[in-house]
Design a protein around this ligand. Structure first.
Ligand code: ARG
Length: 576
C-alpha cells in the first residue's frame, strides 16, 4: 500500500486535466494527525504556475480527488496560505489492514521483474576484510534482499580482487618459504603479501621471477594456478565466516572476481583498437576520454594495457560491464563501492558504451558511501594507526553486548547468553551503520549503538519482544481474530497509518538503495506502537471487539518489524 503515491496520482490527474504537467505535487505525512493524515506541501508553487489562486486550485484538485477515490478520503480541507490537508477514512484504512493481515507478504505486491546485478562486498584476496568493507557488504545486502522480495531477479556479484601482478609476487615469495601444501592462515598470508611487495621493490631478481609467474598464471600454468587457487580459498573461507556472522546472503556461487574476465581482455584490447577508441602510445594502449579532463584541461587517458602487456583494473571492469550486459542480461547494475572509485567506474562505463558493449539505456548506479570515523572525527583506525579488522570489530561487539546483557539478566545459561550476545552485538553494529545516510561519513560510537533508547537495534528488537510477550499473554488465539478492525483512538489510527507506509518505504529503498529510510521507519513504527500501548489497553480493554482490534494491530506491528529487520539482515529474538 503506497498511500502517498495514490494521493499524489489523484492530484497529478487533477492537474493534468487543467493542462499542468510535471508539477510534482509533494505529499508529506502530517506530524499532527488532527490537521490531516497527509498534506500537499507545494500548492502555492503549483498555483503560481497555473496562474490561479491557491484556493481556486484547491477546489479543482479536491473535485478530482473525490471523483477518483470518494470512499478513501474522509475530508479534504484548505488552510492558509496554501495547504491541502487530507484526512483518510478510518474504515478504508481498516480494510487495507485486513488485507495486510491475511497476506504472507504484508500486502506488498510483486513488481515487474528486472535482472539486477548488485556488485557488493568485493574484498581483495590475500587480505583480511577490514572495517572499510562493512558498508559495502551490508548496504549491498539490504538492497539485494529488498529487490529479491519485490520479485526481481537479483544477481549478487562479489567482484573480489583475485587477479593481478600481486599474485606473481605472492607465488614467488611463498615458493621461497617452502611451505607444505601452502597451509597458512589468512593473517600470515597477509603478512607475506606485505613482505612480498617490499621485496618486489628492492630485489630485481625477485621482481623478474614475480613477473614471470604472473605471465604463467595468466597463461593457465598448472603449478601457478593451483597455488593461486589455494590463496583464493584461504581468503574466501575466512570471508564466508564473516558473511555468516554478519548474516549477509553472499554465498560461494556469488563470487565473480576479476579473474573471471581475464580471458576476455585480449579481445577487448584488440576490439577497442579496431574501433579506434583506444590507441597505442609509448608502448601502452590508452583510451582518451574527452568526457573527463585532467588538471590541464586535456582529455583524460585511461590506460587499458601497460607496456609490459599487463592489463589493469579498468580493463577488467570494461569486460565486466560487457559480461553483465551481454551474458547476464542486466537491466540495471548497482555498485556498492566507496566514492573514491566513482571516476574509475564512470570511465570504464563510458568506454563500454562507446564500444557498444552495453545498451545506451542500461542503468548504472554507483551507490556511494562515506567513511566510518572515530569519535575524534578521524578515520576509524586502531591506536597504532592500522586498519581495524572486521572480525576484531565483531568480536568486540559481541563482548560488549555480553557485558550489557550480563548486567541486565544474570539467570541465562551460558549457551543462551552467547547466542543473545551474538545477535545483539552484531545487529547493533549493522544497524548503526545502516541507519545513517550512506552518502555521509558517520562516527562509530559503541555506547550509542548499544543503547536501548533511540534509533538503535536494541530498541527495535526490544520493542518486538514486548509485543510478542503481550501476544503470549492474550487468551484469544490468533485464528479467532476474525472481526474487522475498528479504529477510533488517535494512537490507533497513527499506528495503522504507519503500518500502511511499509510498502512505500520498501519501494523507495528499491530505487535509491538507502537502508536508513527503513531504519527510520522501523523506529517510528516502534515509537507509534509504544504510544498506542500507553494510550490503549490491549489485553484489558472492556469490549472484546476493541481488544481484538488492538491485538490485530499488535500482530501487524510485530510482523512489520520482523520483516523490516529481516530486510536489514537483522534477526529478532523472542526474549531480551
Ligand atoms: N576489490 C575492489 C576494492 O576492494 C572493489 C571492487 C568493486 N567492484 C568493481 N567492479 N570494480 O576496492
Amino acid at each position: 500500500m503506497n498511500l502517498k503515491k495514490i494521493i499524489q496520482k489523484d492530484i497529478e490527474n487533477a492537474l493534468i486535466k487543467i493542462g499542468l504537467i510535471d508539477c510534482n505535487p509533494i505529499i508529506i505525512s502530517n506530524k499532527k494527525i488532527e490537521l490531516g493524515h497527509y498534506q500537499l506541501n507545494n500548492l502555492i508553487k503549483i498555483a503560481s504556475i497555473s496562474k490561479l489562486e491557491p484556493y481556486e486550485l484547491f477546489k479543482i484538485i479536491i473535485f478530482n480527488m473525490k471523483k477518483e477515490h470518494e470512499y478513501m478520503y474522509k475530508k479534504i480541507t484548505f488552510s492558509q496560505p496554501g495547504f491541502i490537508n487530507i484526512f483518510i477514512n478510518n474504515h478504508w484504512i481498516s480494510e487495507q489492514l485486513e488485507k495486510i493481515f491475511i497476506s504472507s507478504r504484508l500486502g506488498i505486491n510483486y513488481v515487474k521483474s528486472q535482472n539486477i546485478v548488485i556488485d557488493y562486498s568485493s574484498p581483495n584476496i590475500a587480505k583480511e576484510m577490514h572495517v572499510g568493507h562493512l558498508r559495502s557488504t551490508i548496504i549491498g545486502d539490504v538492497m539485494a534482499r529488498t529487490l529479491d522480495f519485490l520479485g526481481h531477479n537479483v544477481i549478487r556479484a562479489n567482484h573480489i580482487g583475485d587477479w593481478g601482478t600481486q599474485f606473481g609476487m605472492l607465488i614467488a615469495y611463498l615458493e621461497n618459504k617452502k611451505l607444505k601444501n601452502y597451509d597458512i592462515s589468512l593473517s600470515k598470508l597477509e603478512e607475506f603479501y606485505c613482505k612480498a611487495k617490499k621485496k618486489y621493490d628492492i630485489d630485481q631478481l625477485f621482481a623478474k621471477k614475480s613477473r614471470e609467474y604472473v605471465v604463467k598464471l595468466q597463461n593457465g600454468d598448472q603449478y601457478c594456478y593451483s597455488i593461486w587457487k589455494k590463496l583464493v580459498s584461504i581468503t574466501m573461507v575466512e570471508n564466508y565466516k564473516i558473511y555468516k556472522r554478519l548474516n549477509v546472503t553472499l554465498k560461494e556461487n556469488h563470487t565473480m572476481g576479476e579473474s573471471l574476465y581475464n580471458k576476455m581482455l585480449p579481445n577487448i584490447i584488440q576490439d577497442l583498437q579496431k574501433k579506434k577508441i583506444a590507441i597505442k602510445k609509448d608502448g601502452s594502449i590508452i583510451v582518451f576520454l574527452k568526457e573527463f579532463k585532467n588538471r590541464l584541461g586535456e582529455s583524460m587517458g585511461v590506460v587499458i594495457q601497460k607496456q609490459d602487456q599487463g592489463f589493469l583494473y579498468s580493463t577488467t571492469d570494461i569486460a565486466c560491464f560487457k559480461y553483465r550486459y551481454q551474458i547476464l542480461h542486466a537491466d540495471r547494475i548497482i555498485y556498492y563501492t566507496d566514492s573514491r572509485q566513482n571516476q574509475h567506474l564512470m570511465q570504464a562505463w563510458t568506454i563500454a558504451k562507446k564500444a557498444n558493449y552495453i545498451s545506451q539505456d542500461l542503468s548504472l548506479e554507483h551507490h556511494m558511501f562515506g567513511m566510518m570515523l572515530s569519535k575524534n572525527k578521524r578515520p576509524f583506525k586502531t591506536r597504532d594507526g592500522n586498519t581495524i579488522k572486521l572480525s576484531a570489530l565483531l568480536d568486540e561487539a559481541i563482548e560488549r553486548a555480553m557485558y550489557l546483557i550480563k548486567n541486565k539478566k544474570s539467570n541465562l545459561s551460558k549457551k543462551k547468553l552467547t547466542q543473545l550476545a551474538n545477535i545483539i552485538g552484531i545487529s547493533a553494529v549493522k544497524y548503526a551503520d545502516l541507519s545513517k545516510n550512506r552518502n555521509t561519513n558517520y562516527v562509530f560510537d559503541w555506547d550509542e549503538m548499544l543503547s536501548f533508547e533511540g534509533n538503535t537495534a536494541p530498541y527495535i528488537q526490544y520493542a518486538y519482544t514486548r509485543i510478542i510477550s503481550i501476544l503470549k499473554k492474550s487468551i484469544i488465539p490468533i485464528n479467532k481474530l476474525k472481526e474487522k478492525i475498528i479504529l477510533k483512538k488517535t494512537s490507533e489510527i497513527n499506528l495503522a497509518i504507519k503500518i500502511l507506509e511499509f510498502e512505500e518505504i520498501i519501494l523507495l529503498i528499491s530505487k535509491r538503495g538507502t537502508p536508513h529510510i527503513l531504519c527510520k521507519y522501523l523506529y517510528q513504527l516502534a515509537t507509534s506502537f509504544s504510544n498506542f500501548y500507553q494510550n490503549c489497553s490491549i489485553l484489558f480493554s472492556k469490549k472484546i471487539k476493541t481488544r481484538k482490534t488492538r491485538l490485530k494491530l499488535s500482530i501487524l506491528t510485530a510482523k512489520t518489524l520482523k520483516k523490516g529487520l529481516n530486510m536489514l539482515g537483522i534477526t529478532v529474538v523472542k526474549k531480551m
